[in-house]
Write a protein that binds this ligand. Structure first.
Ligand code: GLP
Length: 262
């Protein structure tokens, strides 16, 4: 038996000592073992069968505890190779002064970006979308909702809306929205972002593989073409444990105007 497995079993021995349901005790023990560093990021968990035999509990109980820990992001499951302690999140430092896309940001860090589509279609514009994109009630929009993933870690949920007159077929967007917009000369050149703090509800926490109620950053980006026309309205939710947003601040010029270059 390898070291990690031994340490997990040492931490499991006191399951069934208290009156709490067994799966909750097992879950707490595994969580504790991770928290105390007895098992580290990337360590493999022993098989369900081994844990059940060692802790003298049923495999159904083990499965329930493990599934809960996968949902809350403590463990990850890889098909065919087993269950592991989730890799520690490397924080991503994101400049607030450059207008870049998720795909570009990740590529710059040497990370492979991909998306899981949550929704992609043509809709009638909501009152918010009409107002921001300057559309009338009869106009349609392309909506693109994606879970943004870098190196297999879900980092953000993004819901983008583009006028259907600019993007008539949302399926034209494959890996990058900005790349698709660039192809038709609609890549934004300026954007305004509003960032606020929120706690995640259950569905979004599950998608981002973090515990429900986790702190995260809600970002609204409204971006513009050089002509001043609004091109994109995107609402995103970024994992609070994964992102640092960095802004450079400068003294205002003598006339009270913003300094050069801002
Ligand atoms: C960032 C922004 C989004 C923008 C997206 C485009 O994540 N927050 O507002 O829509 O980049 O990224 P991509 O071109 O990779 O789809």
């Amino acid at each position: 038996m390898d070291d990690a497995a031994e340490r997990i079993f040492a931490a499991l021995r006191d399951v069934s000592q208290s009156g709490a349901p067994l799966y909750l005790q097992l879950k707490k023990n595994i969580e504790e073992a991770v928290k105390r560093g007895l098992i580290g990021p990337g360590d493999a968990l022993p098989s369900e069968r081994d844990i059940a035999a060692e802790a003298d509990i049923s495999r159904v109980t083990v499965r329930k505890a493990v599934q809960d820990l996968v949902k809350s992001g403590v463990l990850v499951q890889r098909h065919g190779s087993g269950t592991f302690v989730a890799p520690r999140m490397e924080r991503v430092e994101q400049s607030l002064s450059r207008l870049t896309s998720f795909t570009e940001d990740m590529a710059r860090r040497g990370m492979a970006a991909r998306s899981q589509w949550l929704d992609r279609g043509i809709y009638t514009a909501s009152p918010d979308e009409m107002m921001v994109l300057g559309l009338s009630a009869s106009e349609l929009v392309s909506r693109l909702s994606r879970l943004r993933i870098a190196d297999e870690t879900p980092l953000a949920i993004e819901r983008a809306t583009i006028s259907a007159s600019v993007l008539p077929d949302p399926h034209e967007v494959t890996s990058s929205l900005y790349m698709a917009l660039g192809k038709t000369g609609h890549r934004p050149v300026r954007a305004v972002q509003r960032i606020s703090a929120v706690n995640l509800g259950e569905a979004e926490a599950q998608l981002l593989a973090v515990p429900m109620g986790s702190a995260c950053l809600q970002i609204e980006r409204i971006s513009y073409l050089a002509s001043g026309k609004v091109i994109e309205f995107t609402k995103s939710i970024y994992r609070g444990d994964a992102y640092d947003f960095v802004a450079e601040l400068r003294l205002p010029g003598p006339d009270g105007q913003e300094g050069e270059g801002t």
